[in-house]
Design a protein around this ligand. Structure first.
Ligand code: AGP
Length: 613
């Protein structure tokens, strides 16, 4: 996700843009920039890193002008760099564009534009847009009409701000596809536009929300709304009731809930621009520096901590079954002290959403010392892990504020899934047809997760019944076992309840001694995750008066009759069931933590990034 902000009115734009961008930083912060229309054209300032760096760079003097756009970036195409920072301009510096989203067909558009003599300065997909607008404006079209012409060529999810030096009183906002929201703020003789409410609240509470496939034309202090064909749309403005912090939470009570609810979008972002569902193509150019060693790779070692370790337990099975390589998953704080043999024949895949976890970094340093090839999966551009690894696969989930990892966990699972397919294809161990099927299964996940999130009231009601218990067991088999571990970790770190995850097959070797009528047992038992074996475990628990909460497939009435409470999952590919199964457990932990009066966004004793050993 990125943050975009625009202003046109009677005041100087630069300061307003910086203030707004600072409130959008939670959406991404690997570079920032503004373009302000002065008397002699656009004055552009960009910096790598947070908005503060941009503010510092402008200390010498803010560009003057009453129309401008600004951007804080979350890298998708093109590394975090000055050249790739937005806003982007056309060849003559006449058109300035900010984008949130992806121009899916940018490679072909860029090739055509280069052939027609345009010059490019970045590796981004966005930069094709100002050049296309430059060409459309050549026909003396009004800016909004030129924009409509361009939208017929550019495909993908686009949330855009566009300004033209020859239209000094006009700012265009475009929303096409699910590239994140755009909100228009109505001031006195001035208008604002931004990705999200927090950027507008210091200036106005009177707002309008741009819908999908709509354009806003901000001109002379007024906003006109049309569809993509130019037909006028009557749009009510509403009073934004939120305070700044709740606006940053998108109106949710807590960041953790917001981030759980964002998962359909963040899961889409995890494969957006990487997967072409039409032809079953998978494009991960960022892995090229490592894949040149692929011929010598004989095994994969995955390593991480905490929730990310649970992701490695799932990723290990993806690598084994999809890529056809031996794989192990090692807790980083253990791996770093073992006599491991992470030589050149080993590919080490680390996962760290923060990219700053000390134990994971130490394991990566040890792997580097032994000459292993390294890929890291992270959510934070520019973080230490991304500098240590030879290649980074970004989770692209947007900033995760809640200490409990939720959207970054499911996003890392999708990254592991894509990595396994990519390795399988590159090793010729995975038939293209099978790869296409796996990608089709993947495409269903965001909407399936969206359906589960609609069940939130069911999970909240169950939480009310379970919040009083002091000890929980979570059981699973195969890919359900890491889900059990993750469900237990979510509950314990959010509600301070003692919760233990266990391989269900291990029950009879000890954990079953814990079971009595004061112990709720969550059994991860959907079809596809060794359901029949799990049914046996459910009977074992029932025979000892345990309280069974079954995570079951919708329609599995036979097993539903044998548990006290059912959390139902849709049918899905067994490989992707962990992405679905964890969602009810995230919400169960959240609602139980709430019931127990815990600080769910900042649980005691924990930190979002564990930079100590
Ligand atoms: C997860 O909810 C916890 N906050 C914690 O276990 C976390 O997963 C762990 O510290 C690893 O963090 P990382 O992914 O940033 O490396």
């Amino acid at each position: 996700m990125c943050g975009i902000m625009g202003y046109t009115g009677g005041r100087q734009a630069a300061r307003l843009l910086l203030e707004g961008l600072g409130r959008l930083e939670y959406r991404g912060y690997d570079s920032a920039g503004i373009a302000v229309l002065s008397t002699d054209g656009f004055r552009v300032m960009k910096t790598v890193g947070k908005v503060d760096a941009l503010r510092d760079a402008l200390e010498g003097g803010l560009p003057s002008g009453t129309l401008g756009i600004g951007h804080t970036r979350w890298a998708t195409h093109g590394k975090p760099s000055l050249a790739n920072a937005h806003p982007h301009l056309d060849c003559h510096g006449r058109v300035a564009v900010d984008q949130n989203g992806i121009v899916e067909n940018y490679l072909s558009l860029k090739a055509d534009l280069l052939r027609r003599g345009h010059t490019f300065v970045s590796q981004t997909d966005t930069e094709v847009l100002p050049h296309l607008i430059e060409e459309a404006l050549g026909g003396d079209l009004p800016l909004e009409e030129a924009m409509r012409q361009v939208l017929k060529q550019a495909q993908g999810a686009l949330a855009l701000l566009v300004a033209d030096a020859r239209s000094p009183d006009t700012l265009i906002a475009v929303r096409s596809g699910n590239a994140g929201g755009i909100v228009v703020g109505h001031g006195e003789g001035e208008t604002f536009v931004a990705s999200d409410l927090p950027a507008l609240l210091p200036f106005t509470r009177k707002v309008s929300f741009l819908g999908n496939a709509e354009i806003a034309v901000l001109r002379s202090g007024r906003a006109l709304f049309t569809d993509l064909q130019g037909k006028a749309i009557a749009k009510e403005s509403v009073a934004a009731a939120l305070d700044l912090l709740s606006a940053a939470k998108g109106g949710y009570k807590h960041f953790m809930l917001k981030e759980i609810m964002e998962q359909p979008d963040t899961l889409t972002d995890a494969f957006r621009g990487r997967v072409d569902l039409e032809d079953g193509g998978l494009d991960l150019p960022e892995l090229a520096p490592v894949l040149r060693h692929l011929a010598r790779i004989q095994r994969v070692v995955l390593t991480a901590c905490g929730t990310s370790h649970h992701a490695t337990l799932i990723g290990r099975q993806y690598i084994e079954s999809i890529a056809g390589l031996p794989a192990t998953a090692e807790i980083a704080s253990e791996l770093r002290y073992r006599d491991t043999h992470l030589g050149p024949e080993t590919l080490v895949v680390s996962i760290s959403q923060s990219g700053e976890t000390a134990d994971t970094l130490a394991a990566m340093e040890e792997a580097a010392r032994q000459g292993a090839a390294q890929i890291t999966i992270s959510n934070v551009p520019g973080s230490a892990a991304t500098r240590l690894a030879e290649a980074t696969l970004f989770i692209q989930a947007g900033l995760e504020v809640g200490v409990a990892a939720t959207k970054t966990f499911t996003g890392s699972l999708l990254c592991l899934y894509l990595l396994a397919i990519h390795l399988g294809l590159e090793r010729r161990a995975l038939p293209a047809k099978r790869a296409a099927e796996l990608l089709q299964d993947l495409a269903l996940v965001p909407s399936l997760v969206g359906r589960l999130l609609e069940q939130a009231p069911v999970y909240e009601d169950l939480a009310g019944r379970l919040a009083r218990y002091q000890n929980f067991l979570f059981l699973g088999r195969g890919l359900g076992y890491p889900v059990a571990l993750e469900g237990a970790l979510k509950l314990k770190e959010i509600s301070y309840i003692h919760a233990e995850g266990s391989a269900a097959g291990e029950m009879k070797h000890g954990p079953i001694a814990l079971v009595d009528n004061q112990v709720p047992v969550v059994a991860v038992a959907p079809r596809g995750l060794l359901r029949e074996k799990m049914a046996g475990n459910i009977e074992e628990v029932r025979a000892r008066d345990g309280i069974v909460i079954g995570l079951l497939t919708q329609g599995d009435d036979e097993l539903a009759a044998r548990v006290h409470h059912s959390l139902l999952l849709p049918e899905a590919s067994p490989l992707l069931l962990p992405v679905l199964a964890v969602v009810p457990l995230q919400l169960l932990a959240y609602y139980i933590g709430l019931r127990r009066g815990c600080d769910v966004d900042q649980p005691r004793n924990l930190a979002k990034s564990v930079t100590v050993e």
